[in-house]
Design a protein around this ligand. Structure first.
Ligand SMILES: NC(=O)c1ccc[n+]([C@@H]2O[C@H](COP(=O)([O-])OP(=O)(O)OC[C@H]3O[C@@H](n4cnc5c(N)ncnc54)[C@H](OP(=O)(O)O)[C@@H]3O)[C@@H](O)[C@H]2O)c1
Length: 411
């Protein structure tokens, strides 16, 4: 029996995780569930799964929750509560499913406690990739990607490649590539040439460009294939989500951005691919349902049933692929530039994007202005290597301030 903390239990990933867990009550028990604003939903989850702890952001919400949880569940609040349930000795697995920068500190707490961490919260890795991966290696944490694309790539790569990517030995693909270049030898022995990240292109893949200025938050959140939270849905519509995933892939698999290609695949059935030097291309396929990567992460290296319907290739029939349109999706260029610079550029990109998306969802700016705000912040950003978490958080704050000023100007 393994014990599980779900950071962000009330969200889309949190709910899907609980669905998988409920199918395997002989394998998993819930240690803690956390939420932020949806107190009633969290209370219902506590009634069903009877965790030892539940955590909400404010003491005011905690007071409301205390009246609704079962007798054995202790209610905590704030960042200290999140850290306690992320790194508690009795926890085996932590699902990191808080959205945005707010997930960084508790996810790092789980990593530093050497937990098995299922990473959905890509923003944590985007913000602090170097420090995050160092902590994984130093504290012997097991990091498993839950983003469907990275989970697919993880499944298509040799196990030793994945192990090397988080090794302290630095005998990694990137190192092997650079050594090989110096000695004029073929690249890494695994023969991995390229990672191909697929993305559906979101709800506006074919919308006329001149209409994009007037689309509403609800239209942007109506993803054709996936049911997701509102922030990631808007990121999918701008394709900043794919840009963040590009940076995530560089850290997770220790590859240079030039080795990661983005490909549009409107059906969301091929979740991503790995291209090898011998001409082989390995892909992972499945119906678009996050319970598959969640079940994969929970049970890895075993496999368990997820509740997802089996893929019927005959019914799917047609799988299309196309190159991304950089004019339609200019955010991809911003993310690639940040991936080239690394240091604190991804933290700035992520912070500016969070502010711009929140402003769009609140009706303060239009859809096309999301890009303009993030671009404005990145144009004036001077890239510095953060030495610790405080410096990452400082970069995050400065980029947010600058994005907020731009929002006021364009809104
Ligand atoms: N949804 C997907 O299919 C999908 C796929 C791949 C990756 N991801 C990634 O997974 C993460 C979660 O996405 P989601 O779609 O599940 O988001 P979501 O539905 O918006 O859920 C976000 C969760 O985080 C909590 N939360 C929000 N702000 C918080 C804060 N300041 N402090 C503490 N908790 C906070 C929310 O609590 P309340 O609900 O109580 O406010 C909720 O539990 C994101 O990083 C996303 O990029 C999602």
């Amino acid at each position: 029996m393994q014990t599980l903390t779900i950071l962000g239990a009330t969200g889309s990933i949190g709910v899907s995780t609980l669905d998988v867990v409920a199918r395997h009550s002989d394998r998993y028990t819930i240690f803690a569930l956390t939420g932020h604003t949806r107190v009633e939903a969290l209370a219902r989850q506590c009634q069903q799964f009877k965790p030892r702890y539940t955590v909400v952001s404010s003491e005011q919400s905690a007071e409301l929750l205390r009246a609704q949880v079962p007798p054995g569940t202790k209610v905590l609040s704030g960042t200290e509560g999140l850290a306690l349930v992320a790194n508690h000795d009795d926890v085996d697995i932590v699902m990191a499913a808080i959205v945005g920068a707010a997930g960084l500190v508790p996810t790092l707490a789980a990593v530093r406690a050497g937990k098995k961490v299922l990473l959905a919260n890509k923003e944590a890795l985007v913000m602090a990739g170097g420090l995050f991966m160092q902590a994984v290696s130093r504290h012997g944490a097991t990091l498993l990607p839950i983003d469907s694309e990275h989970n697919a790539i993880f499944q298509c790569l040799p196990e030793s490649f994945n192990r090397d990517a988080i090794s302290t030995e630095k005998n990694t693909a990137r190192q092997l590539d650079s050594d090989a270049q110096k000695q004029n030898k073929p690249a890494n022995p695994y023969g991995v040439r390229k990672l191909l990240l697929s993305g559906s292109g979101g709800p506006f893949r074919t919308t006329p460009l001149d209409v994009l200025d007037t689309v509403t938050p609800d239209q942007a959140c109506a993803h054709p294939n996936w049911q997701m939270g509102r922030k990631i849905s808007v990121d999918s519509a701008t394709m900043m989500n794919k840009g963040l995933e590009l940076i995530e892939a560089c850290w997770l698999f220790d590859v240079d951005e030039s080795k990661v290609e983005i490909i549009i695949h409107p059906q969301s059935i091929v979740h991503s691919l790995v291209e090898y030097t011998d001409g082989s291309v390995l892909a992972q396929l499945g119906n678009p349902d996050m319970r598959t990567p969640i079940a994969h992460g929970l049970a890895w290296p075993e496999r368990i049933e997820s509740g997802v319907a089996m893929l019927d290739l005959v019914t799917a029939a047609v799988l299309n692929f196309e190159a991304p349109d950089n004019e339609r999706f200019p955010s991809l260029g911003l993310a690639r530039a940040a991936a080239r610079d690394m240091a604190d550029a991804p933290a700035a990109l992520n912070a500016a994007n969070e502010v711009a998306v929140a402003a769009f969802l609140a009706g303060a700016i239009g859809f096309a202005e999301i890009y303009r705000v993030v671009d404005g912040v990145m144009q004036s950003w001077s890239v510095t290597e953060p030495v610790d978490l405080t410096e990452v958080q400082d970069a995050d704050r400065r980029a947010r301030r600058s994005a907020e000023q731009l929002v006021r100007r364009v809104g």
